[in-house]
Ligand binder design. Structure first.
Ligand SMILES: Nc1ncnc2c1ncn2[C@@H]1O[C@H](COP(=O)(O)OP(=O)(O)OP(=O)(O)O)[C@@H](O)[C@H]1O
Ligand SMILES: [Mg+2]
Length: 254
């Protein structure tokens, strides 16, 4: 059984069809890239999967249940976790505090006036795990707002991981990053998938990253599903090349 299934999903905003009859399946353990030109519907796809908007038509299933009308918060509890195109973290808190607050919320502790010693130890152990997996250890005491954009993105992913995602959606995780930050983020995405086994969808404009790490690639164009396949299949697809990739990206992936 596929972890995520979209069946003929359409989303309209007034007269605009942002997504047109999209059907796709994502398998457990898959690292899937979503690509396509600006305005193709990539973020809208994430908004539908994470419950921010309902589809106008069609259905979405996750882990065998229809989730088309389930709220974002309820989907988080079921394990669908996302990051946004714009970074969302607590800028005034340190990295450690960001992760601690996230873990406390994930454990349902946020309204407790006092957290006992045993529970505190569990929170700290979980925060330490997140620090280790994201490799942000050297910066835990820094104020998040003073970090580089790339490090803030890493903290955001740490926060997302506090919810133990079954499906992690990353919207343009490397946008605006320099080479070194991009490499670090790409390594993190690959590690979360390969080592931690997290099923992931990521929107990405950098074709070197897409072809470098994705198991499969879904191409959207003007709200429609243009193509889907392995990196080699997508690179060789003449419709994709014509609509989006151009010769350079095709040559790089080949
Ligand atoms: N809430 C909304 N209300 C009205 N129109 C919207 C809304 N969200 C998205 N759209 C429109 O839907 C289309 C798809 O937008 P979307 O943000 O999904 O594109 P995208 O593929 O993520 O683009 P980008 O690469 O620029 O992030 C665009 O024409 C956009 O203007
Ligand atoms: Mg977008």
């Amino acid at each position: 059984m596929s972890l995520l299934v979209l069946d003929s999903v359409t989303r309209r905003f007034g007269a605009l069809q942002a997504l047109k009859g999209i059907s796709l399946s994502v398998e457990e353990g898959e690292l899937r890239a979503i690509i396509g030109p600006n305005g193709a519907g990539k973020t809208t796809l994430f908004n539908l999967i994470s419950g921010y908007f309902p589809p106008s038509q069609g259905s979405i299933s996750f882990a065998g249940s229809v989730i088309t009308a389930v709220s974002p918060n309820a989907l988080v509890r079921r394990g669908i976790i996302r990051t946004f195109q714009i970074t969302q973290i607590f800028l005034a808190l340190t990295v450690y505090e960001n992760l601690r607050v996230a873990v406390e919320c994930a454990m349902g502790l946020q309204l407790r006036p006092y957290i006992g010693r045993a529970t505190r130890a569990r929170v700290e152990a979980r925060v330490d795990e997140l620090i280790e997996v994201t490799r942000i250890g050297a910066k835990v005491d820094r104020i998040a707002g003073e970090l580089s954009h790339g490090d803030q993105r890493v903290v955001e992913i740490g926060i997302a991981l506090s919810r133990a995602p079954r499906l992690l959606l990353l919207d343009e995780p490397t946008a605006g990053m320099g080479d070194e930050e991009t490499r670090h983020m790409t390594d993190l995405i690959r590690r979360l998938n390969r080592t931690n086994g997290i099923t992931m969808l990521f929107v990405e404009h950098d074709m070197a990253i897409v072809f470098g790490i994705a198991d499969r690639i879904t191409v959207l164009d003007n709200g429609a599903l243009l193509a889907e396949g392995s990196a080699a299949e997508i690179a060789a697809n003449p419709r994709v090349q014509a609509a989006y990739l151009g010769d350079a990206a095709g040559a790089r992936a080949a």
